[in-house]
Unconditional design. Structure first.
Length: 392
C-alpha cells in the first residue's frame, strides 16, 4: 500500500520534540539513488542538479525512523513537529525555501520516485526552480505498518547556494534553448547581481536578492520602475512591481532593509471580524489567532478549500511562496468577487484561477498549468493607476 502527501512550507515555527534512535537499518545506497533519480528528472527539464545537504539528510532520516516507530504517516507528527522544526533542529538554518515529499510501502528507490513523479504536487517539488539542496531518508522496519518509509526534503539557502552548486553530482546536460515564456512565468536566471526584466527595468543587488528569496516573479510580478524616490511616500527609496512595492529601510539591519509595503492594507483598509478556530474549513488549513497584545494574526484561516468544499489551494500557495513574510496575515475568509474566489492579506490578494487547474503545460514551456491556478492580484499596478503615476 502506498500513500503520497505533499507540504511546502516557508515560515512556520512550532515546538520540536526530538526523535529517539531506532533499531531500523538504513538501506545502503537507496537514498543516494533517489538523489540520482531526482537530478535525472531535473536534467530532463534543463534544471540544475541538487546537492546533498547533511542537515536535510539527517532531518529526513530521523523522520522516516519516527514514522516507522510511531505507526503514523503524514507531514505533521503526532507530537506537532513539522518540516520546518525538524529541518532547523537538524541544523538547517538561513533557508528561504523548504518542501517535503513522503512515500510509504515502496521497496525500491525507483518505486518511490515513480509515485512522486505521478503526483502533481510532488512532481512540482522535484522540479522546483527554487530548490538547490536535497536530503533523503529511508528505513525498512519489518512488521511496521508500511515496512518502507521514504522522506525527501528540499531546501534553498542563498548564502551557500553558490558553493554547494559547485559540488552538485551529477551535473545536468546543457539547458535547452530558451523558449518564449508567458508574462507570468518565473524570471530567467540573472547575470550576477542584476536582472533586466522584459519591462526594461533592472533589479539589482539587495532588491534582486529579495525578489529571488520571496517568491520571485510569481509573487512580485515584473518591475515597473527602477529604484526611485517614491513621490507618494515622502521620497522614500522604493521599487515598484506589478504586484508589490519594495521599500528601503536603512535603519534596519542589512538582512531586513528591504521590506514589502502592505499594499493589501493600503488598497483594502480594515479587516473582517475574527472568527473562531472552531469554525475551520474542510481540508488542510492554518489559523492565525487574533491577539491584541502581540502580532499573531487577525483571526482568520488560510486553507486549501472554502467552507463549501470548493478547492482553492490558497494554503498550498501561501506555504510554498513565502508565508507571512511575503504576504502578511489574512484579513478575511475567502470570498467570491466578480465570479472568482479571492482572499485578501495584508500585503497581497490571492486569486483562484480554475482555468489553470487542469492537466497540461504552459505553451512553449515545461511548466505545469497548475503552477498558476493560484495567482496574486496586481496590487502594484492598481496602486500606480489609483495615483495616476506614469510607471509602466
Amino acid at each position: 500500500m502506498a500513500r503520497w502527501l505533499r507540504l511546502a512550507v516557508t515560515a512556520v515555527f512550532v515546538a520540536l520534540a526530538m526523535f529517539g534512535s531506532l533499531p531500523a537499518a538504513r538501506a545502503d545506497g537507496l537514498e543516494d539513488r533517489v538523489v540520482e533519480l531526482t537530478n535525472a528528472e531535473r536534467a530532463r527539464q534543463g534544471l540544475p542538479a541538487l546537492v546533498g545537504s547533511p542537515e536535510l539528510t539527517l532531518s529526513a532520516q530521523r523522520y522516516a525512523q519516527a514514522m516507522a516507530a510511531g505507526g503514523f504517516f503524514g507531514h505533521q507528527s503526532p507530537d506537532g513537529s513539522t518540516l520546518v522544526t525538524r529541518a532547523e533542529a537538524a541544523g538547517y538554518r538561513g533557508w528561504t525555501y523548504l518542501a517535503e515529499n513522503l512515500a510509504a510501502g515502496q521497496a525500491s528507490s525507483e518505486g518511490a520516485m515513480d509515485g512522486w513523479m505521478k503526483s502533481d504536487g510532488h512532481r512540482a517539488n522535484v522540479l522546483s526552480p527554487k530548490v538547490r539542496e536535497i536530503g533523503v531518508g529511508h528505513v525498512y522496519v519489518p512488521g511496521s505498518k508500511f515496512g518502507h518509509y521514504w522522506v525527501q526534503e528540499f531546501g534553498n539557502r542563498p548564502l551557500v547556494a553558490t558553493v554547494l552548486q559547485q559540488q552538485a553530482l551529477p551535473q545536468p546536460p546543457p539547458a535547452p534553448a530558451p523558449q518564449p515564456a508567458p508574462a507570468f512565468s518565473p524570471a530567467p536566471a540573472p547575470a550576477p547581481g542584476s536582472w533586466t526584466a522584459p519591462t526594461g527595468h533592472a533589479v539589482d543587488g539587495g532588491w534582486l536578492a529579495f525578489l529571488r528569496a520571496n517568491g520571485d516573479v510569481d509573487n512580485l510580478g515584473l518591475p515597473r520602475t527602477g529604484v526611485i524616490a517614491d513621490p507618494t511616500a515622502g521620497g522614500q527609496t522604493v521599487q515598484y512591481f506589478q504586484r508589490m512595492i519594495l521599500e528601503y529601510h536603512p535603519e534596519n539591519s542589512p538582512a531586513y532593509r528591504i521590506q514589502r509595503r502592505l499594499l493589501g492594507d493600503v488598497l483594502y483598509p480594515g479587516a473582517d471580524a475574527p472568527i473562531s478556530i472552531g469554525d475551520a474549513p474542510p481540508g488542510p488549513w492554518r489559523y492565525f489567532p487574533f491577539s491584541p497584545d502581540r502580532p499573531t494574526g487577525l483571526g482568520h484561516f488560510v486553507a486549501d478549500y472554502t467552507r463549501s468544499s470548493q478547492p482553492i489551494y490558497f494554503k498550498q500557495y501561501f506555504d510554498s511562496h513565502g508565508g507571512v513574510t511575503a504576504f502578511g496575515y489574512p484579513k478575511e475568509e475567502p470570498k467570491l468577487r466578480d465570479g472568482r474566489w479571492v482572499q485578501r492579506f495584508q500585503a497581497a490578494v490571492f486569486e483562484y484561477h480554475p482555468e489553470n487547474d487542469r492537466d497540461g503545460v504552459v505553451p512553449g514551456t515545461s511548466i505545469p498549468l497548475r503552477t498558476y491556478r493560484v495567482q496574486l492580484e496586481l496590487l502594484g499596478d492598481k496602486y500606480i493607476a489609483q495615483r495616476g503615476l506614469p510607471y509602466r
